[in-house]
Ligand binder design. Structure first.
Ligand code: UT7
Length: 330
């Protein structure tokens, strides 16, 4: 009996801007210091997109171009391209179609998924379905966010956390047992109170007043989000392990959303999972929202072996959260 078709990650590529915003730089902008930022978040620096005229789609396009070169794929072969982002180039059209245009993916259709920091997880799960049910052979999933476009650099509660970046994966069918095995996705819209952007949407369209009140930036009740983030990631990882008859000892890597080093270590502690096997890049990039998970896979790719059991988990605005279990295919 041949194995069933699963969507496998057959390539991963990240892209981050060159410009760095260090903790020392932030000390000049707001009342903060390296000691506070490092001990409370684990972040040392973030990348900021400063190329004139560039936006989220340009970072995404760079990541996808690198992915195509690495996997010997032509743009015309892509069937579907999904972009997870909260910083779309424009309110409409969607960023995915812009990315398709910029990379010359003439045969693809695309759409955006807005699930904040869980965006990559939601997009990976969604894209995998088209491959697993054999509708499409090549699906590209991108997580990309230019958080610097929606961060208030006068607000020390949020400006120390976020950075810019993009990461893309190629999903292709595999029958060898590798690939995406299962996912648990959750949401609770009541959480919007604690993490949102106040204006710019249909609820509160842009006006001189919304600009004057600095309502076009990320608002976060950090303490509240912290608590839900730990609970949400731990419970969905535990659920996915249970469902797949796996113990935590059988997992080779946990890839957590990079929002705060203390959240990550708390999740690892609750799961009784060693930090040496937790992927980390928060110290270099901060919280890149939809890009964190893909950037982790990209940077740890050399350390991964075919068949490795990997669990991705994230928590973000919405609230949205979840866990995804895959067997590494490369
Ligand atoms: O990715 C999407 C999901 N987001 C998250 O998962 C983020 C979750 N939350 C967090 O990561 C943390 O809550 C933060 C990093 C945002 C904040 O850390 P905290 O330990 O929860 O600090 P806090 O908000 O309770 O603030 C403690 C103190 C406050 O001063 P007082 O009121 O005790 O005098 C803040 O004003 O630290 C102050 N503070 C700062 N001090 C220096 C807040 N930000 C800063 C800062 N530098 N940048």
């Amino acid at each position: 009996m041949p194995n069933k078709v699963r969507a496998a990650i057959t390539g991963v590529q990240g892209w981050v801007p060159e410009d760095r915003l260090t903790n020392a730089d932030l000390e000049k902008l707001v009342d903060t210091n390296d000691e506070w930022i490092t001990s409370r978040t684990g972040i040392k620096e973030r990348r900021i997109l400063r190329t004139p005229g560039w936006a989220t789609s340009d970072m995404a396009a760079e990541a996808v171009k690198g992915l195509l070169a690495k996997t010997n794929t032509t743009p015309g072969e892509i069937d579907l391209l999904i972009v997870a982002t909260v910083t779309a180039d424009m309110v409409f059209p969607d960023t995915a179609n812009t990315v398709c245009d910029k990379i010359g993916a003439k045969n693809a259709f695309g759409y955006d998924i807005n699930a904040a920091c869980s965006g990559f997880l939601y997009a990976l799960a969604t894209g995998s379905q088209f491959v697993a049910n054999e509708t499409y052979k090549k699906v590209v999933v991108v997580g990309a966010d230019m958080m610097s476009s929606i961060v208030d650099y006068q607000d020390r509660n949020t400006c120390v956390i976020f950075g810019d970046g993009a990461a893309a994966v190629l999903l292709e069918p595999r029958r060898d047992g590798t690939g995406i095995q299962d996912f648990v996705l959750r949401g609770d819209g009541a959480g919007r109170e604690f993490l949102h952007m106040k204006a710019g949407g249909s609820k509160r369209p842009p006006s001189a007043e919304t600009v004057a009140h600095r309502e076009h930036f990320v608002y976060q009740d950090g303490k509240r989000v912290f608590k839900f983030a730990v609970e949400g990631m731990v419970s969905t990882v535990q659920e996915i392990l249970r469902r797949n008859h796996k113990t935590i000892d059988e997992i080779n890597w946990v890839v957590p959303h990079q929002a705060n080093m203390r959240i990550i270590s708390s999740v690892a502690e609750h799961l009784h999972f060693p930090m040496e096997k937790v992927m980390l890049n928060i110290q270099k990039y901060g919280n890149t929202t939809a890009a964190t998970l893909g950037l982790c896979l990209w940077e740890y790719e050399d350390q991964l072996n075919k068949g490795d059991n990997i669990v991705l988990t994230a928590f973000g605005g919405g609230f949205t959260w979840g866990a995804l279990y895959l067997k590494w295919a490369l």
